[in-house]
Design a protein around this ligand. Structure first.
Ligand code: NAD
Ligand code: MG
Length: 402
């Protein structure tokens, strides 16, 4: 099957826009950070502190952590503050409710929307930002897993752009570097393998929450950390890569690379393979998503020293022992509503695991059950995808007895 010529680096074409301070009528680009209090959000604010001559955070939102958000507001004095749940501080002009994400994402003073919300809850803001022609620096991979085709079509239609923050996709974007789609043979996403890379299947099935939260190479929010332990995260990333770069699923592979130094590879048709490397830190892909296609100097990203990094190793994925990977890729390949169902069922199963209601080994069972039960659901419109998402949540909750 041919690589989709219209899609590789589609939404990320060189020269559409520049993020340099100098070509804006305002001197600095305004950034909205959705999910400012999370792992990506706080890393982004560290990047913005170093790049204060280019960018300024004009809108910050959080889910329910009022204290963390208030501390950020005191430091940054953004024009807009949104809190999705909870009571806004007395006397403040903060917005509240889920709509605050859309309000933040579509403001006139916002040039770039960093979507660092976790889960399908990030989708409406991505859609609204793209409709408003913004650049979306996308950490919220679930956006593309639920509604990839709709999202990429919107980016193309309204002059907005979608630039990945996920380290693997940032690596691929950097390796592609404007190459034509017919020159690309294959994308290879690297996976750390998570905390259970060397565990037996029996031991994995009864792993505790503390075991699953011990990620070997990355410090992240709890949902993506559990997704990394099941390898659901890698399935979400394969689907994300398919939509971002327009590469068919049979040309996207995954390899385990425990050191997380090579963030992904691109193999070209002449046999050449390019990799992007760096010490694991999300600050580099966040910065690149803000400045792409430019590179700017930054003294906060850890220094790369190959000698101290030592040996880099690679292994095949133990697909049989980590069923969430194949379940997710198959869902992506099936099209329709399957990847939305996979994502929603996984979100709910992970919540139940985090709350101690189900065992680690039950996560794939619930997701597979939802995929089978809801296989006839349509995915032909946004409403249909949202209905599939809701049905999958309901299905898993009912299975768990809620
Ligand atoms: P996190 O849990 O640390 O932070 C999530 C943020 O989103 C918080 O600010 C929270 O207040 C907000 N939020 C949570 N639920 C929300 C909701 N329903 N509505 C609005 N806001 C909500 O998560 P994270 O690790 O920063 O991950 C954020 C996103 O970035 C996820 O999609 C994740 O897959 C992706 N990502 C994260 C990393 C990483 O290193 N942390 C790397 C690649 C991709
Ligand atoms: Mg990643």
């Amino acid at each position: 099957m041919a690589v989709n010529p219209s899609a590789i680096v589609i939404h990320v074409q060189r020269g559409q826009e520049g993020a340099a301070a100098s070509d804006s009528p305002r001197t600095r680009k305004g950034v909205a950070i959705l999910g400012a209090t999370g792992s990506i959000g706080t890393s982004a604010l560290r990047v913005l502190a170093r790049q204060a001559d280019r960018f300024t955070p004009v809108a910050l939102t959080a889910h329910a952590n009022v204290d963390a958000l208030a501390a950020q507001v005191a430091r940054w004095r953004p024009a807009f503050v949104g809190l999705v749940r909870g009571v806004v501080p007395r006397g403040s002009n903060w917005s509240s409710g889920a709509e605050c994400l859309i309000a933040a994402a579509t403001r006139d003073d916002v040039d770039i929307v960093l979507n660092a919300v976790v889960g399908a809850a990030g989708l409406p803001a991505t859609l609204a930002a793209l409709r408003a022609g913004k650049r979306v620096a996308l950490a919220n991979k679930e956006t593309l897993v639920v509604a990839g085709s709709i999202v990429t079509a919107l980016a193309a239609a309204h002059g907005g752009s979608l630039v990945p923050v996920d380290s693997e996709h940032s690596a691929i974007l950097q390796c592609l570097a404007g190459r034509e789609s017919h020159e690309v043979k294959r994308l290879v996403l690297t996976a750390s393998g998570g905390p259970f890379r060397t565990w037996s299947a029996d031991r994995i099935a009864t792993a505790t929450l503390a075991d699953a939260l011990k990620h070997p190479t990355w410090q992240m929010g709890s949902k993506i950390t559990i997704d990394s332990a099941t390898l659901a995260n890698k399935a979400l990333e394969v689907i994300e890569a398919h939509h971002l770069f327009g590469v068919p699923y049979d040309r996207i592979d995954v390899v385990v690379h425990p050191q997380s130094i090579i963030h992904s590879f691109v193999e070209f048709v002449d046999g050449s393979v390019l990799a992007q490397m760096g010490v694991p830190s999300m600050e580099l892909p966040i910065l690149f998503a803000l400045t792409w296609p430019e590179r700017v100097a930054d003294n906060g990203v850890p220094q790369f020293d190959p000698v101290t990094l030592g040996t880099l190793t690679f292994e095949a994925v133990r697909t049989f022992d980590f069923p969430m990977l194949a379940l997710g890729i198959t869902a992506g390949q099936s099209g329709g509503s399957a990847s939305a169902v996979y994502n929603a069922a996984n979100e709910v199963a992970v919540e139940h695991f985090l709350a101690g209601r189900i065992m680690f080994g039950e996560i794939p069972l619930h997701v597979e059950s939802a995929l089978v039960a809801l296989r006839e659901m349509s995915g032909e419109s946004l409403d249909a995808l949202l209905a599939a998402d809701a049905a999958a949540r309901h299905h898993v909750n009912a299975q768990v007895g809620l």
